[in-house]
Design a protein around this ligand. Structure first.
Ligand SMILES: [Zn+2]
Length: 465
């Protein structure tokens, strides 16, 4: 079923690329209210494209902030129903002076399309949309039932996502979520995303006095809040990087031999990985770097401040110190329990008399994982291997993919990431680019994947447990 569709997409390739460029020219920055008219323009652009493609129900699903663009096709009874996810918003382009080309004028240079949103994730999103449009054009039908869900605030923390899902459970009912957001874990080895770690965090303040003091007058005989903060934060790990918080991570799924094997399957050069960012090795030596960054939890100090940080010196004995901490959660870990264990540790390790203030309990997002024997994953790996002529791998992200966790939690569905971005494409940074080779490959892999998924039955998506 996919050959004629692929041929049509090849034939339309330049027109599709022009449509992608037109979408990229709309600066749909979700986080900044000044860009609201552009957000609306991006939505209207997508609705118009979907209506032209034949989706009579293309519409907006309202949230408190940016609505999602939605369209469905359910003409394949007995076939699986997939949510196809992408997002139309982008990160701000700042700092503008660091761009070599105008951020919202897509510029082709040596096989790469330079622009904000090219890689993250208008490119992959449009390949998915155009693939679906091509099936409808060529065959008048799709191999699977689809529900397109294009989010408008992925880049600003998805504040409306839960609300949109809660109000549209029926419209979003499906067997699985197939995400166009995301991409390969390597620039040379095809991968399919099977999940990410969870996240939760807190902020803390320490007080050692009612006011700052003169270090000449009080120094040597009174506790310094910054010193107390340094000691408290240093107690979270041992010198090699093992987490030393009692009870933290005891609910993590064990790193079994099977997990070890799958984590090790993707070729990975630890020395080269450190060299890429000039980083220094750290972390529990019982685990490989890949394991530490994907299936093991972390506690990271993201910021610490207090006292005087301006020019010159100020001989102050600070009364207050602050820090921000986030935890990446391994599969199996409960965000609430991670919060609880970290809070208990901070209370227990704060020196006597020092006041500890913690931000109110925050929720969090648990890790998400697709079974490695899921037929949807086998289908995706097979397609990548046929198109790219090399072995493809399942890969877990170290980061957090809220959409997959929220759809699992609220709608009970599994997710798979079949994005076309590569890890070096400077997303969220100046000079973002997207490889046009990924665009061309996607115009083949997406039709093949939908065709393969059409060979499965909805029962294949029901997982034990
Ligand atoms: Zn992004």
């Amino acid at each position: 079923m996919s050959d004629a569709v692929i041929a049509h997409l090849q034939h339309e390739r330049d027109a599709i690329l022009e449509r992608l460029k037109a979408l990229i020219r709309i600066p749909s920055v979700s986080t900044d209210p000044a860009f609201a008219p552009h957000m609306e323009a991006a939505r209207q652009f997508l609705l118009a494209r979907l209506r032209t493609a034949g989706f009579s129900d293309a519409r907006l699903l309202d949230g408190e902030h940016q609505p999602a663009v939605y369209a469905s096709w359910s003409g394949a009874p007995g076939k699986p129903t997939l949510i196809i996810y992408g997002h139309y918003d982008v990160q701000p382009a700042d700092p503008l002076e660091l761009w070599h080309t105008p951020p919202f004028e897509p510029t082709e240079i040596e096989g790469r399309l330079h622009a904000r949103g090219a890689s993250d994730v208008k490119g992959s999103t449009m390949v998915a949309v155009e693939t679906i449009a091509a099936f409808l054009h060529v065959h008048g039908s799709l191999p699977v039932n689809v529900k397109l869900f294009l989010e408008g605030e992925e880049e600003s923390g998805s504040p409306s996502l839960r609300g949109i899902v809660a109000r549209n459970r029926e419209a979003l009912a499906a067997d699985a979520l197939l995400s166009a957001d995301g991409g390969w874990a390597s620039t040379t080895i095809p991968t399919v995303g099977v999940g990410g770690r969870g996240i939760t965090g807190l902020e803390l303040t320490l007080r050692t006095a009612t006011k700052d003091g003169h270090s000449g007058r009080y120094g040597g005989a009174a506790r310094n809040a910054l010193r107390e903060m340094a000691a408290l934060l240093a107690s979270l790990h041992d010198d090699e990087g093992r987490i030393r918080v009692a009870g933290f991570g005891t609910d993590a799924n064990p790193v079994t031999n099977a997990v070890r094997a799958s984590t090790a399957a993707l070729p990975f050069d630890e020395a080269e990985w450190y060299a890429q960012f000039g980083g220094l090795p750290w972390g529990d030596p019982a685990y490989t770097v890949r394991e530490r960054t994907t299936v093991r939890p972390t506690i990271e100090i993201n910021g610490m401040w207090g006292g005087y940080t301006g020019a010159g010196t100020k001989t102050v004995l600070p009364a207050e110190a602050h820090a921000k901490i986030t935890m990446r959660l391994a599969p199996g870990m409960s965000p609430a329990r991670a919060q609880e264990t970290l809070r208990a540790h901070l209370r227990a390790h704060t020196a006597p008399g020092v006041q500890l203030e913690l931000t109110p309990e925050r929720g969090g997002t648990p890790a998400n994982s697709l079974d490695e024997d899921h037929p949807m994953l086998r289908a995706a790996l097979g397609v990548l291997e046929r198109v790219h002529g090399q072995k493809a791998y399942a890969s877990r992200a170290g980061g957090t993919i809220p959409i997959t966790a929220i759809f699992k939690e609220m709608l009970g569905m599994e997710s798979m990431t079949f994005g076309l971005a590569m890890p070096d494409e400077d997303v969220h940074a100046p000079n973002e680019f997207w490889r046009l080779s990924s665009f061309d490959a996607g115009l083949r892999t997406w039709p093949m994947l939908l065709t393969e998924l059409g060979k499965l039955s909805p029962a294949d998506f029901i997982r034990p447990g």
